[in-house]
Design a protein around this ligand. Structure first.
Ligand SMILES: [Zn+2]
Length: 117
């Protein structure tokens, strides 16, 4: 009789730990006790591209990957907040207002230039 009781207890404990494990695995909430970097420091922005920091965080990666303004060859963000120019179904970042019209007037030329990089 003792043995049977113990077995049942063990089984209950085992199934409970499975439930705990499963809910832990599906829980996407980050552990507040873990040491995570602040949101703003997630993307590293080089000093010469500091204007990229003024872009929404979601756009910073794309601007950093593009690296340079196709019109001026200056680093994106070197003259303040980069400007996003949507041309031919994709977004091009330029360093300043003056470059926006250049890209709009000749998108094919500047898109081709970016592809060579
Ligand atoms: Zn420019």
């Amino acid at each position: 009789m003792m043995l049977r009781k113990n077995n049942r207890l063990l089984w209950t404990a085992a199934s409970m730990s499975i439930v705990v494990f499963a809910s832990c695995g599906t829980n996407a909430d980050p552990d507040p006790s873990t040491d995570t970097a602040p949101e703003t420091n997630r993307v590293e922005i080089p000093e010469e591209m500091s204007g990229v920091a003024e872009l929404p965080e979601a756009e910073q990666d794309a601007a950093l990957q593009q690296k340079i303004c196709p019109v001026s060859d200056e680093p994106i963000g070197s003259m303040g907040k980069p400007i996003k120019v949507p041309v031919e179904g994709q977004d091009v970042y330029v360093c300043c207002e003056g470059c926006v019209d250049m890209v709009k007037e000749n998108p094919t030329k500047y898109l081709a230039k970016l592809k060579q990089e």
